[in-house]
Design a protein around this ligand. Structure first.
Ligand code: NAP
Length: 206
């Protein structure tokens, strides 16, 4: 068993409505590039910047994440944000995980570049950057924006990026395809596809 000092944990934060191959490839790419021991998928309960935006029930997003990650021995799914009432601020999650994994564990928060580029507006940003490294997953050809350069300048060696070709897939695109009756096969793991149809998610005919 590894000592606490050696633990390198990836924390894959997102709404995952639904989880898809872009998320899975991003997590695996970050795991390899940053030599992470494990990646913990953390579906949020109430995304901080989408308070008035309807998202699927937490239980559905959690179960789809479990189905999608079940075959990867390095992936796990956490209920930490789903079981916490109120808005899912990342700082609360990182404080809690820091308690669990100890002060010397290397925590890496992974998410979409569009979300991470807004980091300066997140709650307790200085503490966030002190607790954790941030990895922004970008699509190929993504231009380094002024925001990312600003973040990297303000917090040297704390914000990184990993390029993920499969991020051409998006949850929004999948929800639209279901609504329009178009196939979603090969955009996400098959058990997640079946789960969506079984529970009538994203369909107007619910
Ligand atoms: P979002 O706005 O729904 O997503 C922004 C972009 O990033 C979308 O293109 C999205 O694609 C992509 N994305 C989201 N999660 C990803 C992931 N894990 N890997 C790769 N791409 C991803 O973002 P969100 O899901 O609400 O927020 C992302 C994370 O940041 C969550 O954990 C959220 O709680 C956290 N956050 C915290 C604060 C705060 O503490 N104040 C504020 C904002 C966000 P898909 O739609 O295909 O996923």
């Amino acid at each position: 068993m590894k000592s606490e000092t050696e633990v390198r944990l990836g924390i894959m934060g997102g709404t995952f409505d639904p989880i898809h191959y872009g998320h899975l490839v991003a997590a695996e790419a970050a795991r390899a590039a940053f030599e992470l021991d494990n990646v913990l998928f953390v579906p949020n309960r109430l995304p901080p910047h989408k308070k008035d935006y309807p998202v699927s029930e937490p239980k559905h997003r959690y179960l789809m994440a479990v189905l999608a990650t079940i075959t990867n021995p390095y992936f796990d799914v956490s209920r930490i944000e789903l079981d916490r009432d109120g808005i899912s601020y990342t700082i609360d999650t990182l404080r809690a995980l820091r308690q669990v994994y100890g002060s010397t564990a290397k925590l890496h928060f992974i998410s979409g570049a569009d979300a991470i580029l807004d980091l300066l507006s997140w709650k307790d940003v200085d503490e966030l950057l002190a607790l954790c490294y941030f990895i922004a997953a970008t699509r190929p050809g993504y231009q380094l924006s002024d925001q990312l350069l600003k973040l990297q300048k303000k917090y040297p060696n704390r914000v990184f990026r990993v390029e993920v070709p499969a991020l051409a897939i998006s949850s929004t695109g999948i929800r639209c395809r279901v609504r329009e009756g178009k196939p979603i096969k090969y955009l996400l793991p098959e058990p997640v596809e079946y789960y969506i149809y079984k529970h009538g998610l994203y369909s107007l005919k619910k």
